[in-house]
Design a protein around this ligand. Structure first.
Ligand SMILES: [Mg+2]
Length: 147
């Protein structure tokens, strides 16, 4: 399956919304944003099961910046969709949703925004909401994929 992840408040904290993975020296030197604790474990489990991991964000962070944020943790998402790409594709299809995972061929999208879930019902996308305060988020994602 192709599984995509939102960034802000899903994998990257906007304030002190959740505990984060330990940053390394490179991350500190470059002032990179931290990743939610459990991201490394989750990505490894998904990869082991043969899933493709994508990033799907409505932020304008560059692809290289996003690759770096994950790369310093040894994580390499296969595809990055940022808002520059998202806006272009949605416009081409006359889609007025903020995100439309099925349009990109994504099987399951993980996001913290309930609005994305509401949109997904009309767009026929599969969205799982994971809130920042959810400490069992890794297990919930794994279970949701297994079902
Ligand atoms: Mg978000």
């Amino acid at each position: 399956m192709i599984i995509s992840f939102d960034l802000d408040d899903t994998l990257i904290p906007s304030s002190n919304s959740f505990e984060c993975e330990q940053s390394n020296i490179l991350g500190k030197l470059l002032g990179l944003e931290p990743l939610r604790k459990g991201t490394k474990e989750l990505f490894k489990l998904l990869k082991k099961d043969g899933h493709e991991i994508w990033i799907y964000t409505t932020s304008y962070r560059s692809k290289n910046k996003i690759r770096l944020i994950f790369g310093i943790h040894g994580l390499f998402p296969q595809r990055i969709i940022n808002q520059t790409i998202n806006a272009k594709v949605l416009k081409r299809y006359n889609c007025y949703s903020s995100k439309n995972p099925s349009l990109f061929g994504i099987d399951l999208h993980i996001d913290d925004a309930k609005g994305v879930k509401m949109e997904s019902e009309k767009d026929n996308s599969n969205v799982l909401i994971i809130l920042p305060e959810n400490n069992n988020w890794v297990i919930e994602i794994i279970n949701s994929i297994a079902n």
